[in-house]
Design a protein. Structure first.
Length: 275
């Protein structure tokens, strides 16, 4: 009797398992379970979203504040690095200028130079002057020539103990006795109120051409000889004129001067009593 009962239990269990397997394979069980599980999943999803919202509410403001602080610190570092880069570029440029001036001075060992920095420019549009940071205490004297590695700049026109004023060769009151090398001709280089530079009083027989080098002649004793002034741009030669003239491109860019050399051992000759 007991054996019959156990056999029926096995049969019933087998039928139930087989039915469940059949329902699962047919998709009916999946649909039934989905109906039961989906609400649970929706509740879990809703709960997770609310928990995430609460977490972000308490953590994001602190993260934003931290990010802002870090961003500010990075901006300050960038500004500092940019300042350092600009300073390094300026130092390198100044070093290049001083190296060029030193090379020029070594090429003319017969002369003694005093290096000076340009500290100001005359504000008048009709005057062409610069100010330098060396004066009589440094050995600077009136009328001393001023040059750069590129060529003639002008002469000392006024001196104080710690500074001096330089009259540029482009000033309307500047006169420089000059020599055109290729044409082997002498003349006088003059400035103007417009800062244009010309060479005048040149013999009409001289063959002036664009590109020829103009340098100091040393005549008159105001400047040392063979210092480059510039190049001829355009020649102005008219028939029946006693002299010809030409415009000159200065060798130096006077609008961008940063440092100069004062020829300290040159003493201009005073020829006025002999005239």
């Amino acid at each position: 009797m007991n054996n019959v009962k156990k056999n029926w239990q096995k049969i019933v269990a087998t039928l139930i398992i087989s039915g469940v397997i059949f329902l699962a394979l047919s998709g009916f069980l999946t649909q039934s379970l989905s109906g039961l599980i989906d609400p649970i999943i929706q509740v879990q999803k809703w709960t997770a979203e609310r928990i995430q919202t609460v977490y972000e509410f308490f953590t994001i403001p602190r993260d934003v504040t931290q990010l802002r602080a870090e961003n500010q610190a990075l901006q300050e570092q960038v500004s500092l690095l940019q300042t350092e880069i600009i300073q390094l570029q300026q130092d390198l440029k100044e070093a290049d200028i001083l190296y060029s001036l030193l090379g020029f001075a070594r090429g003319r060992p017969e002369e003694t130079y005093i290096a000076a920095a340009v500290i100001g420019v005359d504000p008048s549009p009709f005057l062409q002057y610069i100010l330098i940071d060396k004066g009589s205490d440094d050995g600077i004297a009136y009328n001393m020539p001023v040059v750069t590695e590129k060529g003639l700049v002008g002469r000392i026109s006024a001196v104080t103990a710690s500074a001096a004023r330089v009259q540029l060769i482009t000033d309307a009151g500047s006169l420089v006795n000059a020599h055109v090398v290729e044409a082997d001709a002498d003349g006088v280089v003059k400035g103007s109120v417009t800062a244009d530079l010309t060479i005048e009083m040149v013999s009409p027989e001289a063959e002036l051409q664009a590109g020829q080098i103009v340098q100091t002649s040393g005549l008159g004793g105001n400047f040392p000889a063979e210092v480059v002034i510039g190049q001829i741009l355009n020649v102005n030669k008219l028939e029946n004129e006693l002299f010809q003239s030409a415009s000159i491109q200065p060798a130096e860019d006077f609008s961008n001067l940063q440092a100069v050399l004062v020829v300290a051992n040159f003493r201009p000759s005073n020829v006025e009593p002999l005239e």
